[in-house]
Design a protein around this ligand. Structure first.
Ligand code: GLC
Length: 800
């Protein structure tokens, strides 16, 4: 055997001294004597992109991760040459580039504090096996640095001391040590000295991140091919890091329909039709709110996508219509594997048009999934995506399905050791032809993208709803997601909490877990505790595998049913609050679920906290994660907080015991908050909203709250038909004032607010609405009154 020993021996290679530099508007090119070029693009004042080539020539610049709408432009850019460095200065950052070796150091322009520092910096190994390079980057960890993000890793929030890889993998019953799992989101956040920055390594090959595991003070990342191509995103606030990251990789293209934020019921599988009816009727009979019902793979004819099993579902259109009349939206699963069957129209069309993935030497990529042997559409081909989108026409336009659930799109292949395609499979990659090594991590994303476009087209003028299991950075533009096949255990309840927080920090807020656990069966207590957590996740769905018994809200006896109902009702009451948080996420990229570190990065106590989180802007939530609990200790972040259940005010900055028997859980409201609620409905749109309830929590000082509303579906809100209420609260010793500023052209159905004031420290003398004295009634120490919805100032004054 002949081996190219010269190549093999080369090992790590490094750039050497800079011999020239060029500037082209916002982009700088530094060329080294050994032909490495580092391209630095000033994307924004706080965002720098670094890209390297080792041949002097860059490949075509193409990314599925970066949004077309990503903001560009900066206020200030200066470049200066010193004896040893080139120095780039923006209005936020200073980046020094060493002439000797391209090493970078980045400082905060305001106080010159060191934020980020290359150790070996960029280096590479030539890939003898595949060509190209294994590209590597190593940086110095700063004192007491913490790390967050990286998608769906099922571990504690802070990633320090751990190593991970990104390679989307079907991971039935994964655990804390399983890595990788379903998603590949190569984005992390570093935090030290109260300053936070992010790194988005936009490389879809199998990539690795080491957070001070291999070497105590070194954080590194590398990929098995492609370019060293990454974005440095400066905060210093973590919220701004996440917001800038979602600006780069995109925010959801639009608001979800409000029903998608309701409660969803799923099972592998509800069939035949009579079973689906039995489940949906039971929800209505027991008055447990529910908006969506799911059909898993058994609705299809032999698991053939876009077909129906006519024995189990003789009249899909009739059934979907009947469900719709009862307020249920039908969501169906669609997997990527297309059954090899010459009589099956989808297979035939795919074959005739050459839409399926092929192996290196020409045969089709054949793999087993639920239908048996399948071929797989190449979703990286734009023509295939269009075909796929059009395949949804009948399901959506004719039958009336409202959502599509994309599963197995890592892509998963059964009965093979690597659980997916072999590396040699070819992909179009939007004209950048490549192998599966490069396309694997974005395959699921491109499938969800195609599905999204089909749904959007055929459900127009309604908004589409998609769910995906696999995802790469940026997938949040198209779809929601869940955390895959978890297990009904107490540990998995905690994992679900972690994963949702982590995905939110990674720019993907529309996420939830299989409530109750997918594999195995929870007992009633675990199910109730999981529902309590799940109603605070943006995507709220109970799902479980068929082999392990029932998992509907009534499956665990009346006590649990009542608890479950109570919490699902709470979710429905809080819908305008969640919708407002979602709107902020869509507008600004602010996560809906916020880990405590994101809420208060300056408090070092939050850096290793896992269980508590902030929901929206104003609620502090902490799930109960152990059996037989009557409460728990939890960390209360700084500030004053009202216990949601009893109105008691506590001051944060320390751990506290909080009572929470099985029918309760720790929920706190930030002082000064104004929380909007709707009446309980069995499904979104069941009731006309006659009045908006506002719960006002007195604070001495100022606080701003917002309420966003629109038609709850459709696209009119994009033309200004929305209603945004901005409430400024000012509490003083003897008065409380709320000013309201409105914008948008949407007229809400209700005309009044019912206001309840909590924690008022004085007896009311008078209430003025727009300077006119109004009548009030006092109830149970709390104060409730009705005011017109468009008041501009509400003034509550103490008795003399
Ligand atoms: C996969 C999915 C699961 C689904 C099952 C059958 O395991 O993760 O949610 O129920 O396939 O389609």
């Amino acid at each position: 055997m002949i081996i190219n020993t010269e190549l093999e021996k080369k090992g790590n290679l490094f750039p050497n001294q800079i011999i020239s530099y060029e500037k082209d508007l916002d982009t700088l090119y530094f060329t080294t004597q050994n032909n490495v070029v580092m391209q630095v693009t000033v994307q924004r004042d706080s965002v720098l992109r670094f890209r390297y080539t080792t041949t002097g020539i860059f490949d075509k610049d193409f990314s599925y991760g970066i949004s077309q709408k990503a903001g560009e432009g900066f206020n200030h850019l200066e470049i200066e040459e010193t004896e040893l460095h080139y120095v780039i200065t923006t209005s936020k950052l200073i980046c020094k580039i060493a002439k000797a070796n391209l090493h970078k150091t980045i400082f905060d322009v305001k106080d010159n504090h060191l934020i980020y520092e290359d150790e070996l910096g960029f280096h590479w190994e030539e890939s003898y096996k595949y060509g190209g390079n294994i590209v590597k980057m190593s940086t110095r960890a700063q004192e007491a640095e913490s790390y967050y993000g990286l998608g769906d890793k099922p571990v504690e929030n802070n990633l320090k001391g751990k190593r991970f890889q990104n390679w989307a993998t079907d991971s039935y019953a994964y655990g804390r040590t399983t890595d990788p799992i379903y998603k590949a989101i190569p984005f992390y956040i570093g935090l030290h000295h109260k300053k936070s920055y992010g790194i988005f390594f936009d490389n879809s090959f199998r990539s690795f991140f080491d957070f001070c595991q291999e070497r105590r003070n070194i954080t590194s990342f590398w990929a098995q091919g492609g370019e060293m191509n990454y974005y440095f995103i400066y905060g210093p606030e973590m919220n701004d890091v996440v917001a800038s990251y979602t600006d780069l990789t995109g925010r959801p293209y639009h608001m979800p329909p409000l029903w998608a934020l309701g409660y969803h019921q799923c099972k592998w599988s509800y069939y035949p039709e009579s079973k689906v009816r039995e489940v949906t009727s039971k929800f209505r009979e027991l008055n447990i709110p529910c908006d969506a019902i799911y059909l898993d793979i058994d609705y299809m004819d032999g698991f053939r996508c876009f077909t129906w099993n006519s024995e189990f579902f003789p009249d899909p259109k009739g059934m979907v219509k009947e469900l719709k009349d009862q307020g249920f939206k039908t969501v169906v699963i669609i997997d990527p594997g297309i059954k090899i069957d010459k009589d099956y129209w989808v297979f035939k069309e795919g074959l005739e048009n050459d839409y399926f993935c092929k192996r290196a030497d020409g045969p089709y990529m054949k793999g087993k999934v639920w239908p048996g042997e399948c071929y797989f559409p190449d979703f990286t081909n734009p023509e295939v995506r269009e075909w796929w989108a059009n395949l949804l026409r009948e399901l959506v336009e004719e039958i009336g399905v409202r959502g599509v659930w994309n599963d197995m799109n890592e892509p998963a292949v059964m009965e093979v050791p690597n659980k997916t395609f072999p590396n040699d499979v070819r992909h179009n990659y939007d004209g950048n032809y490549c192998s599966h090594r490069k396309a694997h991590n974005i395959y699921g994303m491109q499938m969800a993208r195609a599905t999204y476009h089909g749904l959007r087209k055929f459900s127009y003028p309604k908004r589409p709803f998609v769910i995906t299991r696999s995802a790469y950075a940026g997938t949040q533009r198209y779809t929601s997601s869940w955390t895959g096949d978890n297990v009904a255990s107490w540990d998995h309840l905690s994992i679900a909490n972690q994963q949702v927080q982590r995905m939110s920090l990674s720019g993907f807020s529309f996420i939830g877990s299989d409530i109750g656990g997918f594999a195995e069966q929870p007992n009633g207590e675990l199910f109730a505790r999981w529902i309590q957590l799940g109603i605070f996740h943006p995507f709220c769905r109970v799902h479980s595998s068929g082999d392990h018994g029932d998992q509907e809200p009534w499956a665990f006896g009346p006590t649990v049913t009542n608890i479950v109902r109570k919490f699902i009702e709470l979710r429905y009451q809080l819908l305008p609050y969640l919708y407002t948080a979602f709107w902020r996420y869509v507008q600004e990229g602010v996560p809906i679920v916020k880990s405590l570190v994101l809420f208060d990065q300056n408090d070092a106590n939050t850096h290793y906290r896992n269980d508590e989180f902030i929901y929206g802007e104003k609620l502090l939530v902490c799930p109960i994660l152990e059996a037989n609990s009557k409460g728990r200790r939890m960390y209360i972040p700084s500030g004053n907080w009202y216990n949601y259940w009893n109105g008691e005010v506590i001051t944060g900055g320390e751990e506290k015991w909080v009572d929470a028997d099985i029918d309760s859980m720790p929920i706190f409201v930030k002082e000064g908050a104004i929380i909007p609620t709707y009446p309980v409905q069995q499904y979104v749109g069941e009731k006309k909203i006659e009045q908006l309830k506002l719960d006002v929590y007195y604070k001495k000082g100022k606080e701003n709250s917002k309420v966003y509303e629109d038609d709850h579906d459709g696209y009119d809100y994009k033309k200004g038909r929305y209603s945004l209420r901005n409430f400024n609260l000012v509490g003083k010793k003897k008065s409380l004032t709320i000013q309201q500023f409105n914008s948008g052209k949407f007229t809400t159905e209700y005309n009044t607010f019912k206001i309840t004031i909590h924690g008022l420290p004085f007896k009311i003398g008078k209430v003025e609405v727009n300077n006119e004295i109004t009548d009030i009634s006092k109830l149970n120490g709390e104060v409730e009154f009705v005011v017109p919805k468009d008041f501009t100032e509400l003034h509550i004054v103490a008795e003399d």
